[in-house]
Design a protein. Structure first.
Length: 67
């Protein structure tokens, strides 16, 4: 059973852009650019690593999710 997956450019992925925004918010919060900078470094690093892993998985995933 072979399904054809429609290709698109990486920069049209809403998931990747959401992750980029998430990374930006974590970094901005860590450096005190938005709100208080009271988050520990390990939480900030964990957040960024999570977003980066999500981005990598999104780039290498070729199958659609079905019900």
């Amino acid at each position: 059973m072979s399904e054809e997956v429609e290709a698109k450019k990486w920069y049209t992925s809403k998931t990747l852009w959401l992750n980029v925004v998430g990374i930006g918010l974590v970094v901005a919060k860590y450096f005190g650019l938005i709100g208080d900078a009271d988050i520990p470094a390990e939480y900030a690093i964990g957040g960024v690593v999570g977003f980066v892993i999500n981005m990598i998985l999104r780039l290498v995933t070729k199958k659609k999710i079905t019900k």
